[in-house]
Ligand binder design. Structure first.
Ligand code: DX5
Ligand code: ZN
Length: 227
């Protein structure tokens, strides 16, 4: 089980300290949401900020590119210290090439999908990716409500993963709080991106501990063992 706080929900005026807070929280990855104002109706931050916070957090950097032209951004984010690069399946024909390009940099590959996108769209790529990111809100903004209709997609992805003996992470992103994390864990998610919930707590460390306890308690693999 992986917990990845999203820097989007942090106080940008103290980004380095916020990245350090994540580093010290017991979380596993730092999630970085890159928005270009075209693929989504918002702009967040770019490689310069990622590079500036890199020395403050030793965790893997999980870079989520909500961008129309990720091909021009891969190298700058590699230089800035990205460890995982996530591109969206909605980009269509370019996706396979983007996957190979990320691999050519020696980085882990993530494939993301928006709530309205059918789960079958990711089928051709499952053997080539390290994580499948299922958006549980429409991308663009933090602090939105979880879309319950995305749960069957998580369950389907988990079934395909077992049937095909694959081991990509199933990552959920958007509206993840203690309750929705449990719902996602129950149907097979293993990686939890959470912005508003984790950053709004006075102690992120306590919040991460609480979320970990909840998701472990809902891990279907462990539930099978208990039977
Ligand atoms: C949404 C981003 C998310 C977002 C999650 O477009 O991809 O990663 O930061 O934030 P919360 O947890 O606030 O929904
Ligand atoms: Zn994200």
């Amino acid at each position: 089980m992986i917990i990845a706080p999203s820097l989007l929900a942090s106080d940008f005026s103290r980004a380095g300290r916020e990245a350090h807070r994540v580093d010290q929280s017991g979380a596993d990855w730092l999630h970085l949401d890159i928005m270009d104002g075209h693929f989504v109706p918002n702009i967040s931050f770019g490689p310069a900020l990622v590079k500036a916070v890199r020395p403050f957090c030793k965790l893997p950097f999980d870079v989520h590119l909500m961008c129309e032209k990720p091909e021009i951004l891969l190298e700058p984010f590699v230089q800035a210290g990205a460890d995982h690069m996530i591109v969206h399946v909605e980009l269509g024909e370019q996706v396979m090439q983007l996957i190979w390009k990320i691999k050519s940099f020696g980085k882990k590959v993530g494939l993301a999908m928006n709530p309205p996108t059918a789960i079958a769209t990711v089928l051709p790529f499952l053997e080539k990716i390290d994580s499948l990111l299922i958006m549980t809100v429409n991308p663009g903004f933090g602090g939105q409500g979880f879309i319950e209709e995305t749960l069957p997609k998580i369950q389907q992805a988990a079934e395909w993963r077992t049937e095909r003996k694959l081991n990509f992470h199933i990552e959920v992103d958007g509206g993840i709080n203690f309750q929705t994390a449990a719902e996602c864990a129950r149907v097979g998610a293993d990686t939890f991106v959470s912005g508003t919930t984790l950053f709004s707590q006075r102690s992120m460390k306590a919040a991460v501990k609480k979320m970990r306890k909840i998701i472990n308690a809902h891990d279907p693999a462990l539930a099978d063992l208990a039977v």
